[in-house]
Design a protein around this ligand. Sequence first.
Ligand code: GLY
Length: 266
Amino acid sequence: MRQIVLHGGVGSSDELNGLLDKYASYSINYGGPLDAVVAAVKYMEDDLNFNAGTGSVMRLDGSIQMDASVMIDENFGSVINIEFVKNPVQVAREVMETSPHVMLCGDGATKFAMEKGHPHYDPSTDRARKRLEDSRVVATKDSRFLYPGIQSVDTVGAVANFDGKIAAALSTGGSSPMMRGRVGDTPIPGSGILVKDGFGIAATGIGEEIIRRQLSYDLYCKRDRLEEEWKLIAENSQFSLGVVGFNREKSFVLANKSMAHGYAKA
Ligand code: GLY
């Protein structure tokens, strides 16, 4: 059986579930699970409803730096703070499949993408500029508490399970407001993403909190009591958090606030 589950970021509206079901049903027809999750994330990167690719939020300096990752059992690729590409998730896949490395960051990641033939693309939008203006007010009050109170919608993710073979992918413009150079959980295996031993997970939420918790690895370790453990984590957190994935054949969608999600099987 082929299955795929997507999220549009914690904080995104459930009204987008129908759209994500549609993206899931398109993506499931791609070759393998990695093809499917990359296709699904690309649909969301190209859709202004979501904070990734063309819908990315801006950093405090007005720049857009994006993170993305892909993972399969025993392989991983990510790009960190990449700029001027349309589909960071595709570059993350190329890092995994065509480079000797697993992570590339900053201008090295952008240069790698250009060398791979990705055209120069500016994802800045008026909506991102407006949102940055709105968030500056909060950011200047107390830089240690940039995140609580912000209605942040962040990250898109997908996990596919094709006859027990699992792949996951994530992409984000980050958790606004944030400094240039800040790195969230999306490109870090064990934090925002994990595929291991029949378990696959793609997280969303405030990256700093997800990294501190090593959320994906923590849930993998507790997968025999996944829902109960999630309740303990989510109910005790002041931060927005969400995950989708597969625990063997069973899909899961867990979030402590609204989170658009989609699912398809074939
Ligand atoms: N979860 C995405 C980020 O914090 O960057």
